[in-house]
Design a protein around this ligand. Structure first.
Ligand code: ADP
Ligand code: MG
Length: 583
């Protein structure tokens, strides 16, 4: 039974409704306003009164307007065609429109109902199946998109019939399943799922045990992220959060990418729309967009739509993970999502927590991050959702609630620093404060020593130590002056600069330097550490400086040259000459 109601109060997007029957928390409803219907979500129920959050502007709304409840939660529509699409938080298709923004009350269909897909059955008549089991497959771009038993199906079913190989649209009944009571149910290529509920149709969720290569040295070499892991990038405006995330999107070892552009400024979102379709996937040479879904909301869209977008994005990720794919979710920025939560909680007049964020902010963020992960599916295959979010703390203050709460939830921390960005030391990741907890996992350590080389983790630790010591030496030099410290201080400092310039810094806009495969990262780290192991004896600090500047120059040229190519080898030779003539 669907309930109805009448508007009795309005505060911005928060509307109170007197209902004539039961309504559920998070239930969706539509408010009739003249010719349009505004979509809203129930966020509080108290007796006959429900508080609903409208996903759009409530301009012109009056007391007495009719409300129809839908008896369902906010759902994502799942099926072939999600990739290469751009949606807002309510999954309105933004690619079919001329501008980026919809008119009020306008909702579009997320999937194309006419398009025919080449379907190949996987299950056979008579098979026993349950939720998330694979019934068949279509090719979405070049990815195998599994058609699954809908996630909401409970218990065991028998495949009564399945269509043969052929072309079908998403609404075509591709299989008929019989449930335990002998009732037949039709299955098409599309299904719906409530976005705020995690999809849990897998056998287990073990700890991540391998890393996801990103081609970015400060991540892979220094603080690798696990496949199915979580990380976050806090940093003040203009420090390179978006550039770093886009680099990871372009190069990360993932099958599917979901970009949640969450509440950024409208011009930044427009940038994504113009930039992403142009990007070429370095792994396949095809358009990156073919395996990407963009979910975007700008800060000028209503809060509830902003809040919904990250959940919609995560649900799409979980859907592809259930197909046994590696999915990468990037959210930029989760601070705007938290701000949306704050706006809503304040309007509800809830007791505020720190900085007026909801008291349960930490729990909301943790719950969201915990939806990421590597899973073992019921058929024994694995799938993963790796999640990296950016945080834009006001004034670069890393002690604010969103950063603090995210720090508890995410296992990798890539702190972007104003100071490094000002010096154009990109990516401006602070090498000392940043960390990856995955490096402490024995299974990850084992994986790294097998995949890269034995003793890799120790080598990385050594590099971090040199950076730390270099920083200390630099502080002493700044206090006591160039001549006031022993020569060894200069040497220690310049060795850390060598690691900084050659390993940490990476040009995201150079065709070669932007993408640094693991093999190459290993080569460069060994080379640089080999130099750091040498003890030099310089007559004065200027000679030391000049020598290291020349070293850095040559090694950077190597970074810009094709790995082990002609130029690379030429610089390697120059390097050897310099080192053998060096002090
Ligand atoms: P944020 O998202 O933190 O506000 P952006 O990602 O937009 O910042 O970066 C701001 C600018 O910094 C970029 O336009 C670019 O010029 C520069 N930048 C950031 N990262 C790099 C990089 N790895 N290589 C070169 N330039 C970079
Ligand atoms: Mg940005």
């Amino acid at each position: 039974m669907k309930s109805t109601g009448k508007v009795t109060g309005i505060v911005s997007n928060l509307v109170t409704v007197e209902t004539d029957g039961p309504v559920a928390q998070n239930e969706i409803c539509y408010i009739t306003l003249g010719e349009t219907r505004l979509m809203a979500e129930v966020i509080k129920v108290n007796g006959k009164n429900a508080a609903v959050q409208v996903f759009e502007s409530t301009r012109g709304l009056k007391n007495g307007c009719m409300v129809e409840f839908e008896d369902r939660m906010l759902e994502a529509t799942l099926g072939p065609g999600l990739l290469s699409s751009s949606y807002d938080g309510l999954q309105n298709d933004l690619t079919t429109m001329t501008g980026v923004f919809l008119k009020r009350g306008e909702y579009t269909d997320p999937l194309n109902h006419e398009k025919l897909w080449d379907f190949t059955p996987i299950a056979n008549t008579g098979d026993k199946v349950s939720a998330a089991d694979w019934l068949g497959e279509v090719k979405e771009g070049w990815l195998p998109h599994k058609i699954m038993v809908p996630f909401s199906f409970k218990g065991e079913y028998t495949v009564k019939s399945i269509v043969p190989e052929g072309q079908y649209n998403i609404d075509h009944v591709i299989a008929v399943l019989t449930d335990e009571n002998g009732e037949d149910v039709n299955v098409t290529m599309t299904q719906k799922w409530p976005v705020k509920v995690a999809i849990k149709n897998y056998r287990e969720k073990p700890r991540p045990s391998r890393i996801m290569e990103t081609g970015v040295r400060v991540i892979d070499t220094l603080n690798p992220i696990a496949e199915g892991g979580t990380g976050f990038i806090p940093g003040p405006f203009g420090c390179g959060k978006t550039v770093l995330q886009h680099a990871i999107a372009k190069q990360g070892d993932a099958d599917v990418i979901v970009m949640a552009a969450c509440g950024e400024r409208a011009n930044e979102v427009v940038e994504i729309f113009t930039e992403f379709p142009e990007l070429i996937d370095p792994h396949t040479g095809r358009h990156l967009m073919e395996r990407t879904t963009i979910i975007c909301n700008t800060s000028n869209m209503p809060v509830a739509a902003r809040e919904a977008s990250v959940y919609t994005a995560m649900t799409i990720c979980e859907y592809y993970r259930a197909m046994g794919l590696k999915v990468l979710l990037l959210a930029d920025s989760t601070s705007r999502w938290a701000q949306a939560l704050r706006e809503m909680s304040n309007r509800m007049e809830e007791l505020p927590g720190a900085d007026a964020f909801p008291v349960d902010l930490s729990a909301i963020i943790s719950n969201f991050y915990s939806r990421a992960g590597m899973v073992i599916l019921n058929n024994g295959k694995t799938g993963s959702v790796t999640f990296i979010g950016t945080v834009s703390p006001a004034g670069g203050n890393l002690k604010e609630p969103v950063t603090e709460s995210t720090k508890k939830a995410a296992r990798c921390f890539y702190a972007l620093e104003q100071n490094r960005a000002d010096k154009k030391r990109y990516p401006a990741v602070n090498p000392i404060d940043s960390y990856s907890k995955y490096l402490e996992y024995p299974e990850i350590q084992e994986y790294l020593s097998e995949k890269i080389t034995k003793g890799w983790v120790e080598m990385v630790e050594k590099a971090k130590n040199i950076i730390r010591k270099g920083k200390e030496a630099n502080e002493q030099i700044n206090i006591l002056g160039d001549d006031g410290v022993p020569m060894s201080y200069h040497e220690v400092f310049w060795k850390s600069e060598l690691i900084d310039f050659v390993i940490l810094q990476q040009d995201a806009f150079d065709a070669i330097d932007a993408l640094c495969p693991l093999e190459r990262q290993k080569y460069m780290l060994e080379l640089v550490l080999g130099i750091c192991d040498r003890e030099f004896t310089f007559d004065d600090f200027e000679k030391c400086r000049d020598f290291f500047k020349e070293l850095i120059n040559i090694l950077r040229q190597m970074n810009y040259s094709e790995f082990l190519g002609e130029n690379f080898n030429k610089y390697q030779e120059q390097l050897n000459n310099l080192l053998s003539n060096g002090k």
